[in-house]
Design a protein around this ligand. Structure first.
Ligand SMILES: [Cu+2]
Length: 494
């Protein structure tokens, strides 16, 4: 084994030591009581817990003792989504999980230097990259009789990541890596929020794709009566062993992004030392207590700072001269203006199985400036002059889903690529939509950069700011009976 986190596909085909010991440790964690802070289920409940859902799934039953309320209040239901805390919270969560698994493996007389591997699905140099690593598909451990915990979990999606028309997810890609700002409405990491559980902010681009896409592509979004894949819901995601390898890659993408010249990392106190309204907490490695951490603890010099063998393969980030790896310096973030809404549609959209279209009107006093901005080309156009499309408060009862968004798509079923604005991977859809649930009902808010699309439309003579048409194609487990709703579709400009 090694002292760094490695690509699961490079550890050896099929069973290898790292994944075999991971499986053995999971069996040990699954044997621990839910009240044990190092148990498999306690660690998953830290992400999100739903007692009736867990009962229904047979994860717990009426005889299962829960931890003390005070313990659950501090450590459970912490997952941060739709927030600039998405990346740092998950980084601390992963790091402590890795230490607990490593300690368990050492106690089982295995190697003493186990590290969490990552699933490098976008590595173009590896023909197997998009396949779920084989050890997660084997029903049994190499002994042929022990049930394999890496496989023994509901997954209704695909075993090879690719575009899925059923979910209206075009494909996973690394577009998010090109976003320069860490924080904001249109950002790499998410909008500034307090403790974001329930979701309260705008999702970052990385959180949408590939993070959300991989969750629901693997978990799937079958109709409710067919059950659901654990990766598709906040409340069960941590129970799928693949969750941890997926998030390890998302965390590595953040680490790789930090090495890019010109990125504007968050440096504000609210982020570094926050959240101020509720602290992030993890169990101690031996489970004897809980300890808190901040986003600062996940940066260089912090206790949860990770170490990867490679920040280039599958990240879209070129190797730096001199072999520099992760940035040790937190780069300053100039206070940049946030985009503001300059127009919107006028009704809540209801999307069932058929596509819907809505008219977005740019406010009269904004039209001239917008058309002028769209008409400008480099080098006259300021780099930060951008146009965005925002989908506000996307809600639905379906477990998960996806949608594709087009601007000024021609009438009929035709959905041309050159009118494509973006796609949304609605991971956690039902959780963030339930008013009485833990996630409060704000739904998911997402922003797409349509600067280039607007320029293309203008060049084609098809950009009238008084008459923009936005077409949305959705796919989700709710169908027409439980459609997806979108409170508002708006255009933003910066
Ligand atoms: Cu996730």
């Amino acid at each position: 084994m090694a002292d760094q986190r490695e690509d699961a596909w490079k550890l050896g085909a099929g069973w290898n030591d790292t994944l075999l010991w991971y499986a053995k440790a999971i069996i040990a964690l699954k044997g621990r009581a839910l009240t044990d802070r190092t148990s498999w289920r306690y660690l998953a409940a830290m992400h999100q817990f739903d007692q009736s859902l867990w009962m229904h799934q047979g994860i717990i039953d009426h005889t299962t003792a829960l931890p003390a309320q005070a313990d659950m209040d501090v450590a459970w239901n912490q997952c941060q989504h739709s927030s600039f805390y998405f990346l740092p919270w998950h980084r601390g969560y992963l790091a402590r999980f890795e230490q607990i698994i490593a300690a368990t493996i050492a106690a089982l007389h295995g190697p003493t230097d186990w590290k969490l591997p990552y699933w490098n699905y976008l590595d173009a140099t590896n023909p197997n990259a998009r396949k779920i690593p084989q050890a997660f598909l084997e029903p049994y451990l190499p002994d042929g009789i022990t049930r394999n915990p890496l496989e023994d979990v509901p997954r209704y999606g695909q075993k090879i990541l690719a575009a899925n028309p059923q979910l209206k997810i075009p494909d996973i890609d690394l577009t998010a890596m090109n976003v320069t700002k860490f924080t904001g409405i249109f950002s790499f990491g998410g909008s500034p929020t307090d403790f974001s559980n329930p979701d309260i902010g705008v999702r970052g681009q990385l959180e949408n794709v590939p993070h959300g896409s991989v969750h629901i592509l693997v978990g799937g979004a079958p109709p409710a009566d067919v059950d659901f894949g654990y990766l598709s819901r906040f409340e069960t995601a941590g129970l799928d062993p693949l969750f941890w390898l997926h998030h390890c890659n998302i965390d590595r993408l953040w680490a790789a992004w930090m090495t890019k010249p010109g990125v504007e990392m968050e440096v504000g106190q609210q982020w570094l030392d926050g959240p101020s309204d509720r602290a992030f907490a993890v169990p101690t490695v031996d489970g004897s207590g809980l300890e808190t951490y901040t986003a600062r603890d996940t940066l260089a010099g912090g206790k949860f700072y990770p170490d990867y063998d490679d920040l280039h393969a599958g990240t879209g980030v070129a190797a730096l001269l001199g072999g520099a790896r992760m940035a040790d310096i937190v780069k300053g973030s100039p206070v940049m203006a946030e985009p503001t809404v300059i127009g919107a549609n006028s009704e809540t959209l209801t999307v069932g199985t058929a596509a819907v279209e809505t008219a977005v009107r740019i406010a009269a006093q904004e039209r001239t400036a917008l058309v002028a901005a769209i008409g400008r080309t480099a080098p006259d156009a300021p780099a930060d002059e951008q146009t965005f499309l925002q989908l506000e408060n996307i809600r639905g009862k379906g477990v998960a889903g996806g949608l594709q968004v087009y601007v000024n798509s021609p009438a009929g079923a035709d959905l041309p690529e050159d009118r494509f604005a973006g796609s949304a991977a609605l991971f956690g859809l039902s959780s963030v939509s339930a008013v009485d649930g833990g996630h409060g009902g704000n739904g998911i808010t997402l922003v797409f950069d349509i600067s280039d699309l607007a320029k293309r439309l203008a060049a084609a003579g098809d950009f009238d700011p008084a008459h923009l048409r936005v077409k949305i194609v959705a796919a989700h487990s709710g169908g027409d009976a439980d459609p997806i709703t979108i409170d508002r579709v708006s255009v933003l400009r910066q």
